[in-house]
Ligand binder design. Structure first.
Ligand SMILES: Nc1nc2c(c(=O)[nH]1)N[C@H]1C(S)=C(S)[C@@H](COP(=O)(O)O)O[C@H]1N2
Ligand SMILES: [Mo]
Length: 159
């Protein structure tokens, strides 16, 4: 499964898990940062620097946020300053694809909520917009089903 990376400044790409993970210069065992979580991970900050260097020679601008979107339409937007210890889990300890969270899972150990640990990430966006809003957000995309309309329920947010 390909993962789409969107970066208005440094360019966009669709990468297989192994290609994406292979770009990461700082490989980790997940439990180094989160006790109880096992598997192979890579550090987000080091990955981002490598990405920019490969694409443009250097980091031209720092993002304000990381946005991730999952296969089930769960999404999160995390201010850059919460991501110092962030990592993507991409394989089990034995190197096999993830059983839970496939293809990759974001972990934000320094984040404001465990809800930001988005499973099954299929889209990654580096956001360079407004840097004043420092709140992390997460939840399902605002899709209203016919059933919700009937019941008069509001779309989910911050689930
Ligand atoms: N794709 C996806 N990721 C998700 C969620 C989800 O519904 N879908 N729930 C989030 C929330 S609200 C929490 S609290 C954690 C739960 O992680 P766990 O399944 O490892 O307990 O996953 C987060 N990641
Ligand atoms: Mo949650």
């Amino acid at each position: 499964m390909k993962i789409a990376v969107y970066d208005e400044i440094h360019g966009s790409a669709e990468l297989e898990v192994q290609e994406l993970a292979g770009l990461g210069p700082m490989q980790l065992r997940a439990e180094e940062r989160i006790p109880g979580v096992t598997g192979k991970a890579f550090d987000l900050m080091a990955w981002y620097e490598a990405w920019c260097r490969i694409r443009k020679g250097s980091v031209l601008q720092n993002p304000t946020r990381l946005q991730v979107e999952a296969a089930d339409e769960f999404q999160a937007s995390v201010p850059w300053n919460e991501l110092g210890q962030a990592m993507f889990l991409y394989a089990q300890e034995n190197g096999e694809p993830l059983q839970k969270g496939y293809p990759i899972r974001l972990y934000v150990p320094d984040g404001s909520s465990e809800c930001l640990n988005v499973k099954s990430v299929v889209r990654i966006r580096f956001d360079y917009g407004n840097s004043e809003d420092l709140t992390a957000t997460y939840g399902f995309k605002n899709v209203v089903s016919p059933d919700q309309l009937k019941k008069g329920k509001a779309p989910n947010s911050n689930t």
